[in-house]
Write a protein that binds this ligand. Structure first.
Ligand SMILES: Cc1cc2nc3c(=O)[nH]c(=O)nc-3n(C[C@H](O)[C@H](O)[C@H](O)COP(=O)(O)OP(=O)(O)OC[C@H]3O[C@@H](n4cnc5c(N)ncnc54)[C@H](O)[C@@H]3O)c2cc1C
Length: 507
């Protein structure tokens, strides 16, 4: 377990390497820099999720969310927020909880907050894209190296494992997935099992009633108390294990600018109400932006507009995409129940990527409501070519994202190519009560923000920011808006590739 160190970060410190954010990119950077002998400070705006609350749990129960669920909100904002015509969001105490739902004009973006970033809240689906898709998305990156070296390295570092397919066929908790597979097959669609970072052996024991339930208790978006190999248990634990990595939670970086000896990095230390309790500035020789697609893009766009990093390339803030995300639910017949007990970890996806008329990879998602809903739920990843752009508003001092919900129509059309066909074959209909009142498509939010600081455009081909020696980008903002599958393995593998080059050439 990676622990935030007791030694706090002091104002005025001089440090060799500072990493902003502790998600996938940040964790890889911290570990590999430390192994190369560099002292690393990781600055993370969220909490270190290591101390149980008064109920003995680190993370709150999914059906009874409290302040631990959301980042500084008074009410929950569930992705699937409606059922049978009414909202089932609940009032909560305002607290630095683990899941952020960040609202921009045309999209809300879900992100993990805390030591471990998105790994704390995500579905753990660890998908390596098909090689031809990778080559099309990131043509400047050598695909041979990625598939021979960096994807295997990332999968090993993340603790990715595969489910026991024999067990799957009879496991009560995967009835929803078997029903989803059956419907896909009956309509002629291909499908594939998907690896995960959730420990499937632990899940088997949950199903057998031998251990405390986590995935089988619906835990996922507000954190898993057991079973999940989140980054704090993998890369970050290895990083702090070197003795060279300090993690500083509850510190939000607000500015980076050149100064003598490197870069001045300004930050706010916050409390669990989100109030600033101290402001600090340190000087770092090297700074790694790993605040995620949204966090890194917002920081860099603001620094350019405010004249702190005026020479940043014009490509900064551009080519943002939602990985073509769209969600939808279907209403099954009474003989196709999806099960009262559902594992919160998805394990298979419908593969319609070869459909030139609208490629899509649709994960069969759980809907662990604790009762039989007869709902088949899906998260489709599509090849939506639409892109958004970050812009600085000098009036508010904030960075906005120009993206209209209508830009996601492509994703709906691609998903319809699968689910219209399945509905026709099964004689079923879409649910219209899950994403609003009479709203079929969950088209106005994303779990997969990507881009904003695209590799080989806003940076060199390894994430170096041109014109600012010692500044790097190493997270999902490097990827131009789409990965064709769930993104974190690709973010990790690309970070492994880039940091190896940086360690070899820049240290
Ligand atoms: C509910 C949900 C389910 C998902 N399921 C999957 C899945 O099954 N498979 C998959 O591949 N992907 C999934 N994802 C997406 C995946 O988690 C992200 O793609 C991934 O976390 C992005 O990695 P990153 O390193 O770019 O940034 P992040 O993991 O987002 O890390 C960035 C970190 O930086 C911190 N930060 C931001 N700004 C600042 C600042 N100014 N100062 C200090 N710290 C800052 C953040 O708090 C965060 O901890 C899911 C995401 C969500 C929200």
């Amino acid at each position: 377990m990676a622990r935030a160190t007791a030694a706090p970060l002091a104002d005025g410190e001089k440090i060799p390497a500072l990493v902003i954010g502790s998600g996938y990119g940040g964790s890889v950077a911290a570990l590999r820099l430390a192994q190369a002998g560099v002292q690393v400070t990781v600055v993370e705006m969220g909490m270190s999720w290591t101390t149980p609350g008064s109920d003995g749990r680190i993370f709150c129960p999914v059906l009874k969310p409290d302040g631990r669920s959301y980042w500084l909100r008074d009410r929950t904002d569930q992705p699937v927020g409606y059922f049978a015509g009414s909202s089932y969001n609940k009032d909560i105490e305002r607290y630095t909880g683990v899941l952020d739902s960040e609202q921009f004009s045309g999209v809300r973006v879900y992100q993990g907050r805390g030591v471990g970033g998105g790994s704390l809240v995500n579905g753990g689906m660890a998908v390596t894209p098909k090689r031809e898709n990778f080559a099309a998305i990131l043509p400047s990156v050598n695909a041979d190296e990625m598939y021979n070296v960096y994807y295997p390295r990332a999968n090993a570092g993340l603790g990715v494992n595969n489910l026991d397919q024999t067990w799957f066929e009879s496991a009560e908790c995967y009835q929803f997935a078997r029903v989803g597979r059956k419907h896909a097959e009956r309509s002629g669609f291909g499908w594939t099992f998907v690896p995960n970072v959730y420990d499937f052996e632990y899940m088997k024991k949950e199903q057998a009633g031998q251990v405390t339930r986590s995935a089988l208790a619906g835990e996922v978006i507000y954190g898993n108390n057991y079973g999940k190999r989140s980054l704090d248990k993998t890369y970050l634990a290895a990083a702090t294990g070197t003795g060279k990595v300090r993690i500083t939670p509850m510190h939000t970086v607000t500015a980076v600018s050149p100064t003598e000896g490197g870069y001045r990095v300004e930050m706010h230390e916050i409390n669990t109400s989100g109030a600033t309790v101290a402001t600090k500035a340190v000087v770092a020789q090297k700074v790694f932006f790993a605040a995620g697609s949204i966090g890194t893009s917002k920081l860099l766009v603001a620094m350019k507009a405010q004249g702190k990093l005026p020479d940043l390339p014009d490509a900064v803030g551009k080519k943002w995409g939602n990985n073509g995300n769209v969600m939808v639910g279907r209403a099954n017949h009474m003989w196709d129940g999806t099960g009262v007990l559902q594992s919160s970890m998805p394990c298979l996806g419908i593969d319609n990527w070869a459909d030139a008329g609208g490629p899509a990879f649709a994960e069969v998602a759980p809907f662990p409501a604790g009762l039989e809903t007869y709902v088949s739920l899906y998260l489709a990843i599509t090849k939506n070519p639409q892109r958004g752009q970050f812009t600085f508003d000098s009036g508010t001092g904030k960075v906005g994202l120009s993206w209209q919900t209508s830009q996601n129509q492509y994703a709906i059309d691609a998903a319809k190519r699968i689910f219209d066909k399945i509905n026709k074959k099964e004689g079923t209909i879409y649910r219209t009560d899950l994403f609003g009142v009479y709203k079929t498509w969950g088209d106005d939010f994303t779990y997969h923000p990507l881009g904003g600081c695209v590799i080989n455009e806003a940076t060199d081909n390894y994430g170096r920011i041109p014109g600012y020696s010692g500044l790097y980008v190493i997270d999902g903002s490097l990827i131009p808006g789409n990965t064709s599958v769930n993104p974190f393995v690709t973010i990790t593998a690309l970070a492994e590739r880039n940091i190896e080059n940086i360690v070899a050439d820049d240290l």
